[in-house]
Write a protein that binds this ligand. Structure first.
Ligand code: F6R
Length: 607
């Protein structure tokens, strides 16, 4: 999950490394470090905590040199201390690593027995010692890197800097992504295209098992068999401009407010507004007229899939299975005769989702990716893709990516309905018209901010919060609970409203607020009964509903958050807004680090 940057440049490296790391903090932010070559010698600066701490260290003790590597860490092995921060180095080599080296214990033992001294608790440090071990045997940097990489088991993207070698930088990947940026007389390595975007728009993505040997003017790529290969150069124009907060206090707030636009952009990608029809891109052989579909994702992306399950079943009459990628990949799931699979991911790099996609491919299923980051691994490996056009999402808690996923999946549900003949043209037109109202309704829902901010102040004192929803709003309740816990650190659980009496009702007391997502739809009366049950037990209800629902709950709700009345089809998109704002303002009242909550990372590239 960590962020990697490598620079073989012509300008001072340290400020450029920090510049790139700022764009990579979304991959982890519990420590950071850089190493450069000063007159051929490896010099390092590292700091625990946010990048700002490393910047302070560099201000006090600057680093010279035009060649270097940098890293922002999300700890797996070893606490987030300065000593465990990357780069890890010997006198001959410095490395930065993203991933997990599974056989690090055996390698560490072997290298210790050979007299090498370790100074960190990380799995990564073995890479530096292993390469040094081969250099000590007289191998060239390229030979030593290849020999070491061959012995590594697990997942890695690495960049290697060699003492005395101003003209070589080596990168290798297996399981974790790595990109090469091709500059003008300069070369770069990055854990993704965003890392190298401040320096170049020409990007080459390494394949599984590739090793890249960089000079300032050339890239030699060796594949897993050691054969020299060519990899395509892409022009990547994204990533540079989008990392400003504008007038907003946090990226998350900015991203919540962008949703009328990002949802609109995503919907229009799939809608022919003139004919009121869905127009899908080339599906690369994915047959939407299948008997069943599987939808896989993690966290928020999984909840988007859960909403889509209701849509696909109700609109297209197709049997749908949704699962969390980390469970799915080890379940050995079986598939019916004709099925397609859908993978939902903002980053397109989530390790479990990628593994699930590969499992489906290996089992003969066509794969369709709903992905936000173009050219990410899931994007590239899927048979077909439905891009979400949310733009770069910087806040660690996903907001605009979620509603963009819902937008693309809503369009998919209509397309599947048409392919399976369950939707008439008139029905399709009605649904498309409804979907096109979503941006306006989302803008209206944002208008509840002042009320939500007040409620959030009270909620910030809670220790536990329950979220309830029924039908398509059950996954929205799950998403609401996830949002609250990840940024405010308040314990929250989402339940299907009807499940309350099967256990969770025991938790109800005056100190446990219950947030209910309940538009006045066909299931409202059922959810109202559940609200009565909460009220009867002294529970405090915060009800997110429309005007008709508000009239029905005015006697029992402690607080009402008003959402615009809308068609049930787009309600999940609209009701996502209040749950996001509620989590956001609760976290602001608690004073947590909203954009970079503790222990989390934006892109989860390890299992
Ligand atoms: C929650 C959140 C995570 C991600 C999950 C999947 O706010 O952001 O739960 O949704 O880690 O990430 P992607 O979508 O990048 O596969």
């Amino acid at each position: 999950m960590c962020g990697i940057i490598g620079i073989l440049g012509n300008a001072p490296a340290a400020p450029r490394l920090v510049e790139a790391l700022k764009r990579l903090e979304y991959r982890g932010y519990d420590s950071a470090g850089v190493a450069t070559l000063e007159n051929g010698a490896i010099k390092r600066r590292r700091a625990a905590g946010k990048l700002a701490n490393l910047e302070r260290v560099l201000a006090e003790e600057p680093l010279a040199g035009v060649t270097g590597i940098g890293h922002t860490r999300w700890a797996t092995h070893g606490a987030p201390t300065t000593g465990n921060a990357h780069p890890h180095a010997t006198d001959k080599v410095a490395i930065v690593h993203n991933g997990i080296i599974e056989n690090f214990r055996a390698l560490r033992e072997e290298l210790k027995n050979a007299g090498r001294k370790f100074s960190s608790e990380t799995d990564s440090e073995v890479i530096a010692h292993l390469i040094t071990h081969y250099l000590d045997k007289g191998q060239s940097p390229e030979q030593a890197a290849i020999a070491a990489v061959r012995r590594l088991e697990g997942a890695f993207g690495i960049a290697v800097l060699f003492a005395g070698e101003e003209v070589v930088l080596i990168g290798a990947r297996k399981g974790s992504p790595l990109a090469v940026g091709l500059g003008d007389g300069e070369m770069f390595l990055g854990s993704d295209a965003i890392a190298v975007s401040p320096f170049t728009t020409r990007v080459m993505f390494l394949d599984e098992g590739d090793i890249a040997v960089l000079s300032r003017t050339s890239v030699k790529v060796l594949d897993a068999d050691g054969k020299q290969v060519e990899r395509k150069v892409h022009i990547f124009a994204g990533g540079v401009a989008a990392v400003e907060k504008g007038n907003h206090r946090h990226f998350m707030q900015k991203e919540i407010y962008e949703q009328p636009e990002t949802v609109g952009r995503t919907i229009t990608r799939y809608v022919n507004a003139f004919e009121e029809r869905i127009e899908m891109p080339d599906f690369g052989g994915v047959d939407l007229n299948a008997e069943s579909a599987v939808i896989i994702g993690c966290g928020t992306a999984h909840y988007a899939g859960r909403v889509a399950e209701y849509w696909l079943e109700q609109i297209a009459g197709i049997s749908v299975e949704t699962d969390i990628a980390s469970e799915f990949r080890y379940r050995k799931p079986a598939f019916g005769k004709s099925a397609f699979s859908v993978f939902v991911s903002q980053s397109g790099e989530t390790a479990d989702t990628l593994a699930a996609l590969r499992y489906c491919k290996d089992n003969g299923l066509k794969t369709l990716a709903v992905v936000n980051v173009p050219e990410s691994t899931i994007w590239r490996e899927a048979d077909a893709r439905l891009p979400t056009l949310a733009g770069p999402e910087i806040g660690v808690a996903s907001t605009k990516a979620f509603t963009a996923q819902l937008s693309a999946l809503a369009a998919l549900a209509i397309a599947v309905g048409r392919a399976r003949g369950t939707l008439s043209s008139d029905d399709e037109r009605r649904l498309v018209r409804t979907l096109m109202e979503a941006p306006r309704l989302i803008a209206e829902a944002l208008g509840a901010e002042p009320e939500i901010e007040k409620i959030a102040q009270e909620l910030s004192h809670a220790r536990d919060v329950l979220y309830l929803g029924r039908g398509v709003h059950y996954p929205i309740a799950l998403e609401g609970a996830l949002k609250l816990k990840e940024i405010s650190y308040i314990h929250a659980e989402g339940y299907a409203a009807g499940e309350l009496k099967h256990g969770p009702i025991a938790l109800i007391d005056e100190a446990t607020p219950v947030v209910v997502v309940a538009p006045h739809d066909a299931l409202f009366e059922k959810t109202l009964s559940n609200m009565q049950e909460v009220n009867a037990r002294g529970g405090k209800l915060i009800v997110i509903t429309d005007a008709a629902g508000a009239a029905a709950v005015s006697e029992i709700a402690q607080h009402i958050i008003l959402a615009p009345a809308c068609d049930p089809f787009v309600a999940p998109l609209v009701y996502s807004i209040p749950i996001q704002l509620l989590a956001y303002f609760t976290a602001v009242h608690k004073g947590t680090d909203v954009d970079q909550p503790r222990n989390l990372a934006k892109s989860v590239t390890v299992e």
